[in-house]
Design a protein around this ligand. Structure first.
Ligand code: OOB
Length: 540
């Protein structure tokens, strides 16, 4: 296994193989593996369609092109592409040659990408030219000047000073495939504090996740799966997502955004059967379905996850979109929970599902570490055949986030039903969940503290009817006369290269931040005060 990655203990790995969870399968070779599929449709976008044979050929040529440019086994490559054919081709190509995609999200900006390159030691960055007015080439220039490991930049579209991704192309040649136990790729943690953490996922563990998720979602050769959310995220990538549907021989349909404008016409034209959304998108889809003309009748399953879906909105899905709802509570670290397609409606509307695999081990523990009873809230700990054993290059952090016997502390507070279904009721970790987008409080606090006008800062989540939570910056200004305004803070952070979704949505100014008995910022009291101020109009 790649250096600095924590393997499963040998006897656990043997047991997972014995139980049939792990097989010899490696990711990314599917089109080539099954010649019977060659003429069938694999990928659909609003502009183009690719058969399995075409996708295979494109991935083979891209793989050879990457090898020619010195990218090979175990090299980390930041992949930050919009949902389009290049993203799938690049991902398959990297997986085939044993290079490791590090999936960034299109919303990430200079600061996040620099962090990712530094943590991963990436040699290459693959990005777009301009998307929605943002020039990724300018960003790449800045990142390359700050990161010495980064020697190659490949740009899809107009490359500017960099190499065009289209030129990363050569006559296919045979290369030895990676081993099933090798790390295949890095996913980004959505649930941790501070700097981004990288999650190594192996071929064997992710292949099992794809296979098992396809099974509970009834995804097979008949399926047409729409990726509406950014494909670099675990949910649309592999639950079962784009990789799962390609593995199963179905069609992956790619939308540039989750908006009804982009998605509804694709659902109609491609006959989409399943898609996944984060909760804030669901009311928008329900509303749009009432008046938009497209025929959505092919849609059978809507998966919703990433943040808690309220039961009222959940209850509107069946009628409003004429499809079944499936709640998905997952994490890039591994464990996935799904409501099953034949679960009683009550469980589908009010729980976030039950674990995917019989190999998933779950403990729900109180503050003393002892297991709590059914129906009682506690922190969810888990280990299993597709749950990782440690963040990359983070031994100190891993000691805190794992128990001695290898259970991952999710930081989520859940309770279990007698059926084994889980309800997510809160979080121990300090992360604001803006409708599925995770903002680590500590990271934003550290950024706020670098601003000259800020003497003290704490970031809390405040409730919001649409997003679930919004990010509220609570600051103590330096010099009381002119506390900074929200728009000033937002533009200062934007200038620093911070992603838009991490900017504070609200600002409350305090003389002092409340502290606990041991002198830590008392976030519970702070949240209550911030909410009171926001309601009372004391916010800026
Ligand atoms: C998914 O993955 P991440 O890594 O972006 O975030 C994981 C965290 C969880 O620990 C939990 O705090 C929250 O997001 N979460 C949910 C949820 N699904 C995720 N909270 C309440 N209800 C849900 N249904 O977000 C993710 C990965 C794979 C599939 C689905 C979501």
């Amino acid at each position: 296994m790649l250096e600095n990655c924590v393997p499963w203990p040998d006897e656990t790995a043997d047991a997972y193989r014995e139980a049939g969870y792990w097989t010899d399968e490696v990711l990314g070779r599917w089109p080539a593996d099954d010649p019977g599929r060659a003429a069938r449709c694999a990928l659909v976008t609003a502009e183009r369609t690719l058969t399995y044979a075409e996708l295979d050929r494109a991935a083979e040529r891209r793989a050879a092109g990457l090898l020619d440019r010195g990218i090979g086994r175990d090299d980390r490559v930041i992949v930050q592409l919009p949902n389009d054919i290049d993203l799938v081709v690049c991902t398959l190509a990297l997986l085939r040659i044993g290079a490791l995609p590090v999936f960034a999200l299109p919303a990430h900006r200079t600061m996040e990408i620099v962090d990712l390159v530094e943590v991963s030691g990436a040699r290459a960055y693959v990005g777009a030219d301009v998307v929605l007015g943002h020039d990724f080439r300018l960003m790449a220039t800045e990142v390359r000047s700050r990161c010495s490991t980064l020697t190659e930049v490949f740009i899809a579209g107009e490359p500017g000073d960099f190499t065009a991704l289209a030129e990363v192309d050569a006559e296919p040649r045979t290369t030895p495939p990676p081993e099933p136990g090798d790390v295949a790729m890095f996913l980004l943690s959505g649930g941790t504090t501070g700097k981004p953490k990288l999650i190594p996922r192996t071929h064997a563990d992710y292949a099992y996740q794809l296979r098992a998720s396809a099974e509970v979602c009834d995804v097979g050769p008949h399926s047409r799966l729409l990726a509406a959310l950014p494909v670099g995220h675990n949910f649309p990538l592999g639950c079962p997502g784009v990789l799962g549907v390609l593995r199963a021989g179905g069609v992956a349909v790619l939308s540039p955004s989750p908006s009804p404008d982009d998605c509804f016409s694709l659902i109609e034209s491609a006959g989409v059967t399943i898609t996944s959304l984060v909760p804030p998108m669901v009311p928008l889809w329900l509303e749009a379905a009432e008046w938009m003309p497209e025929d959505l009748s092919s849609l059978q399953v809507l998966q919703v996850g990433g943040a808690r879906l309220d039961p009222v909105t959940a209850g509107r899905v069946r009628e409003g979109l004429d499809c079944r709802l499936q709640q998905v509570y997952g994490m890039a670290e591994g464990l996935l929970n799904f409501t099953r397609l034949d679960d009683p409606q009550d469980l589908v509307l009010t729980t976030q599902g039950r674990p995917l695999s019989p190999g998933d081990e779950i403990r729900i523990v109180g503050p003393d570490g002892a297991e709590v009873g059914t129906g009682e809230p506690g922190e969810l700990l888990t280990r299993g055949p597709y749950t990782f054993r440690g963040y990359y290059r983070a031994p100190g952090f891993n000691r805190v986030r794992f128990t001695g016997d290898g259970f991952f502390r999710t930081g989520d507070v859940v309770l279990s039903r007698p059926t084994g279904h889980l309800e997510v009721v809160g979080r121990i970790n300090d992360v604001v969940n803006r409708g599925g987008e995770k903002v680590p409080a500590q990271e934003l606090e550290e950024l706020l503290m670098t601003m000259p006008a800020v003497a003290g800062a704490a970031v809390v989540a405040v409730p919001d009817p649409d997003m679930g939570e919004l990010t509220c910056a609570c600051i103590v200004p330096r010099g009381a006369e002119h506390p900074p305004a929200l728009h000033e803070i937002r533009s200062a952070l934007t200038e620093r290269g911070v992603a838009g979704f991490k900017l504070p949505d609200r600002l409350v100014v305090f003389d002092r931040l409340p502290v606990t008995a041991v002198g830590k910022i008392d976030k519970k009291t702070l949240t209550a005060r911030a909410v009171a101020q926001l309601i009372g109009g004391g916010a800026r």
